[in-house]
Design a binder for this molecule. Structure first.
Ligand SMILES: Nc1nc2c(ncn2[C@@H]2O[C@H](COP(=O)(O)OP(=O)(O)OP(=O)(O)O)[C@@H](O)[C@H]2O)c(=O)[nH]1
Ligand SMILES: [Mg+2]
Length: 444
């Protein structure tokens, strides 16, 4: 376990009203007392003392020092937060003073890492702290908050509990075969329990699939042949003239990006080059890009010009986007609609896009993911581990169905068990930990 005192600036390195310099480690209160004019030695936990940070006789800054004692702090160690004036220079001076006195500069995420190593939080909670910092919208913060409060830990622990019941039955059976009939155990008891557990895992995996839409936003690509009004639509959604709009076909040659908020949803929009056959080298590259974006997007907005009949290029795009999550938009409704296509009529030029906005809001109602009983995993690491756990369990279930002896099945169940533990970091290897905590900022 780390024993040294670590220090970092916990706030942004920008001029502000206050900055916070954070320290943690055994003996940190006595340590800070040696260069602080107020009295913190006798201060109860979660209290503040007023005074000056001192470099010898020199007063560095007038500060408030908060004291956090014992195991119930964020890191699980004694900690200190120095609230100083928020100038970049003065904050640096206080950091330097702490270093000069013998503290060590914290690595990225080291405070949270200590919290984890000291058993204050598990890995899913640590990841939620990181998610909280990077959250861009209300739903993402709510999700992160649930994670911090141990939501994921709870339902993964339940799965572990179910699994260990199955494993113990088998182990008992292997160790004391004279007490149990192997055949009976396999057929009657193990299979329904295992199937039940597998169903629970599958449900969590299914629900978790859409979580990236909350965390990262919905990647949305606008496609269509040239001149149908794609850039006009981007501008209407952004409520600004970001992309160039002209009556000349082939105006947009490269991709143009913008972020649109619709209620609590975030759409990461990409306006693309109009897709059509072209000899123009630059335009051709743009078209290729557009086609590949269709495949990666969460949502495709296919724009058609409703004032003109469909042509081969429109047909091709209707086919290209057939298997994507797409919305067909019939633009230029102010000029009439001659198309016999199911779609939402809009006029991008005149900002008449309310129907589209309503449609997207209904289509991506992600509120269920944030409800109290939704069990969702919030990142790829967790998702892949659970998927692997489910896979091993499935192999075991197949083996059970085929009547394979239980002592051969236990291996797969053990693998599933290890994966579940790793979600909570109970199995975490040191290099994995380093990698995870590096994604934090210094001071967290
Ligand atoms: N009447 C009418 N004209 C529109 C509407 N939306 C776009 N336009 C016009 O259609 C022309 C093309 O618009 P853009 O938004 O540049 O079309 P684009 O699909 O981005 O075109 P490329 O970038 O060339 O592929 C412009 O003259 C727009 O003003 C609309 O709703 N009604
Ligand atoms: Mg354009």
């Amino acid at each position: 376990m780390d024993q040294d005192i670590i220090v970092a600036i916990a706030t942004s390195r920008l001029e502000a009203a206050i900055s916070i310099v954070r320290l943690s480690g055994p003996g940190v209160i006595e340590f800070v007392q040696t260069f602080f004019s107020g009295n913190i030695i006798d201060l109860p936990t979660r209290n503040m003392a007023y005074g000056y940070m001192l470099d010898g006789d020199k007063r560095i800054d007038e500060v408030l020092v908060s004291v956090f004692r014992g195991r119930h702090t964020f890191t699980g160690e004694d900690s200190i937060e120095i609230n100083c004036h928020g100038g970049v220079y003065i904050t640096d001076q206080i950091l330097r003073l702490c270093l000069k006195k013998g503290a060590r500069l914290a690595n990225r995420g080291e405070f949270t890492k200590r919290a984890f190593l000291n058993g204050r939080i598990d890995l899913s909670q640590a990841e939620a702290v990181s998610d909280m910092i990077s959250a861009q919208n209300d739903q993402a913060t709510q999700l992160a908050l649930k994670g911090i409060r141990g939501h994921i830990s709870h339902f993964i622990s339940d799965l572990k509990e179910d699994l260990i019941k199955i494993i113990t039955q088998i182990e008992v059976n292997i160790d004391y075969p004279e007490y149990d009939d192997v055949e009976e155990l396999t057929a009657d008891t193990l299979l329904p329990m295992s199937q039940d557990l597998k169903n629970k895992m599958d449900r969590i995996l299914e629900q978790s699939k859409n979580i990236h839409l909350i965390k990262d936003g919905i990647s949305t690509v606008i496609v269509g042949k040239p001149n149908v009004g794609k850039s006009s639509l981007l501008n209407a959604l952004l409520e600004e003239d970001k992309a160039i709009v002209t009556e000349i076909a082939g105006t947009t040659r490269d991709i143009v990006e913008g972020r649109v908020r619709i209620g609590s949803l975030v759409l990461n929009m990409i306006d693309t080059a109009g897709i059509h056959e072209t000899d123009d080298k630059i335009e051709h590259i743009g078209v290729e890009k557009s086609l590949s974006l269709i495949k990666q997007a969460d949502l495709v907005l296919l724009v058609l010009d409703g004032s003109k009949p469909l042509d081969d290029e429109d047909q091709r795009l209707l086919e290209e986007t057939q298997n994507t999550h797409r919305i067909i938009l019939i633009n230029k409704k102010d000029l009439g609609n001659v198309l016999d296509v199911d779609g939402i009529e809009i006029s991008a030029k005149h900002d008449e896009i309310e129907q589209l906005i309503d449609y997207i809001q209904n289509e991506f109602d992600l509120s269920a993911l944030n409800s109290d009983n939704a069990q969702v995993l919030v990142n790829q690491r967790q998702y892949q581990l659970l998927a692997h756990a489910a896979q091993s369990l499935d192999t075991a279930i197949e083996a059970m169905t085929m009547g394979i002896p239980v002592d051969l099945i236990v291996e797969d169940l053990n693998q599933s068990w290890l994966d579940l533990k790793e979600i909570l970091g109970e199995q975490a290897k040191e290099d994995l930990l380093d990698e995870l905590f590096k994604r934090f900022c210094v001071g967290k």
